[in-house]
Ligand binder design. Structure first.
Ligand code: PLP
Length: 355
């Protein structure tokens, strides 16, 4: 079979299943607005939870680091960022180019051949891929289930990115390593923005956080014991064999951490209350949880609802299989501290027509 025929067949299948994905360039015009195909839209689908991304542009000067941090790519900006994180979490921190890199390094370094590791069924792809790359035996457990006996670790997320829920983390303390990916919670939840686990008064053994969401920059970090930091530095392949986080990104992340204040977190919480109670008044099934990710499951009506919202200049792409299971297709609303009450009310008004 000619080389491209097989690719063509797979593309045809994706088309037949209605699962073709499309890129749509967005030109941000404000913290929560953008130009999309020549029209102004309100953006309700970005992870810029505190509305900081645009405020950080002035920090994006200079160029990349040129090589791995272990070769010639280590910068003062990385260390300043790690010191800031260490002061916040009172534990060693290591900065990575992305959350994906951080998860690959943690899973492959922490877990070895012969280990059994529990992984929550709704974990992010970067956790799944990291565990697959490790030589551990992975036990995928039902969402929110307790740790099976004898596992070496249990990996969960602090705030689930598609369902917007938090697990009861106290139930999971007990296996040697509780690993919590706080990508969607750091900056927003818990004292000082330390994440959902700290909000629940649980200190994970290992915490992964990103700068690409609430902190409005790019990059990620791992918090854990000193031995883990040392091991990640020497054995974490996705730390060693990749170019260090771009220096402007590290500076922007530092600025993002400084700008992520309690006042912004309170503003975000206020916007979430407004959106969730408005959704309740619409008679829609308000998804469980109290936080800034609100997944409205509409099944096969999802893409049509996304189109209706876009017709009214509200941008919330539908989330489909395989990101969520078939039948669980949804609109995933991400609230930001930067949304205005008027934007939220208008979004609810249009959403009301889709329920
Ligand atoms: C739970 C979770 N972990 C990790 C990542 C990856 O982070 P990054 O975008 O910095 O690679 C994401 C990204 O969406 C995520 O949702």
């Amino acid at each position: 079979m000619p080389r491209f025929a097989r690719l063509g067949e797979r593309l045809d299948e994706i088309e037949r299943e209605g699962l073709r994905r499309q890129l749509r360039p967005l030109f941000p015009t404000g913290p929560t607005t953008a130009e999309l195909a020549g029209a102004e839209v309100d953006v309700f689908s970005s992870n810029d939870y505190l509305g900081l991304a645009r405020r950080l542009r002035s920090a994006w000067r200079g160029c990349g680091t040129g090589s791995s941090r272990l070769i010639a790519g280590d910068r003062n900006a990385h260390h300043a960022l790690e010191e800031k994180l260490e002061a916040l979490f009172c534990a060693p921190a290591l900065v990575f180019p992305s959350g994906y890199h951080a998860n690959l390094a943690v899973m492959t370094t922490l877990f070895e051949s012969g280990d059994r590791v529990a992984s929550d069924a709704l974990n992010h792809a970067s956790i799944i891929d990291g565990l697959r790359l490790s030589s551990a035996k992975v036990e995928v457990v039902e969402h929110g289930a307790a740790s099976p006996d004898g596992v070496r670790g249990h990996v969960v997320e602090g705030l689930y990115s598609m369902d917007g829920d938090q697990l009861e983390l106290r139930k999971l303390v007990g296996s040697p390593w509780l690993v919590v990916d706080e990508a969607h919670a750091v900056g927003c939840l818990g004292p000082g923005g330390r994440g959902a686990s700290f909000e629940q008064n649980v200190v994970p053994d290992v915490l992964i956080g990103t700068f690409g969401k609430a902190y409005g920059a790019a990059g990620a970090f791992v918090i854990g014991p000193p031995e883990l930091k040392r091991l990640l530095t020497s054995k974490g392949r996705s730390f060693i064999y990749t170019t260090g986080l771009a220096e402007p990104a590290a500076r922007a992340a530092l600025m993002g951490m400084e700008l992520a204040t309690d006042a912004l977190r309170e503003q975000l919480a206020e916007n979430v209350r407004r959106f969730r109670s408005g959704l309740h008044q619409l008679g829609g099934r308000v998804p469980p949880g109290k936080d800034h990710i609100v997944g409205v499951v509409l099944g096969d009506r999802t893409m049509q609802a996304a189109d209706t919202l876009l017709d009214q200049h509200i941008f919330v792409p539908g989330i489909r299989y395989p990101t969520v299971p078939r039948g669980q297709e949804r609109l995933r609303f991400s609230l930001s501290a930067a949304h205005t009450p008027e934007q939220i009310d208008r979004c609810l008004e249009v959403l009301g027509r889709c329920l």
